[in-house]
Design a protein around this ligand. Sequence first.
Ligand code: NDP
Length: 290
Amino acid sequence: MTAKLIDGKAIAAAKRQNMKAKVALLSRKGLVPGLTVVLVGENPASRSYVRGKIRDCKEVGINSQLIHLPETVSEEALLEQIDRLNADENVHGILVQLPLPEQISEQKVIDAIRPDKDVDGFHPVNIGRMMTGQDGFIPCTPAGIIEMLKTEQIDIAGKHAVIVGRSHIVGKPAAQLLLNHNATVTICHSKTRSLADYTRQADILVVAVGRAGLIGADAIKPGAVVIDVGMNRNSEGKLVGDVDFAGASQVAGLITPVPGGVGPMTRVMLLENTLKAAENALKRANHAAG
Ligand code: NDP
């Protein structure tokens, strides 16, 4: 058996194409969606992610602005910067690239972003909205996973979804979203005993750990949908996921590649969230104008 590939790159490209028209329509109404990315320091991975985000914005017509602060910036100065962005009506989405230097509390920074501009979906208000099934901003990687499943017309309700990893940005929100879509959910982590006993039961397996080759073919149920979030460099410097792709694709029904799977979907969901923030701002302005 050879699994069908879930082509995140192609799904994301189609979504960006679709979004261009929506952004153009909004712009004709006098509102150009705007995303501000705040980058602190010179972390090469962060710089590269930020460059990608700015490039994506350009492609679909979203206004983007980069605020690059020195590694030594104080927490107070960063919080003041966020206050200014919170008050700026041309800024619809604010994203502070993580990780931050150790003198700054990431949680304080996340908490300072206005929830209606929190396009990363990390603010406790947005997390609470997701948990209670209300509309809000959903973190981009889990949102991208659900979008891929929907595009592939995979029925989530009643399926057993097993999530490996419980981070605030991927594992936990992915589990919550799958639960919101009526899956039966199991969450595994570093203290889970006999991991494969759980993963082998998964109709939908989401792996978000950061360890190359963690999930082999023998840990996958035949025909399962396998979503590989992991991004690791192997000994040859090649980007690989957490799943042994060659082996797993002989057992799974559908599988995401790395690269070209979850990564492009994560990026496109940031654009979706920014567009949504701008549309919401327009609705609020129209409402206020009566
Ligand atoms: P974290 O390091 O925050 O979390 C990793 C999770 O994996 C933790 O919950 C940890 O458990 C669990 N874990 C560690 N070792 C094992 C193990 N042996 N068995 C089972 N679980 C284990 O990582 P992130 O969630 O931020 O990212 C995960 C991966 O996804 C990384 O490779 C990252 O680069 C990638 N990523 C990719 C994105 C994309 O767009 N493609 C976006 C975001 C992340 P515990 O909680 O017990 O410590």
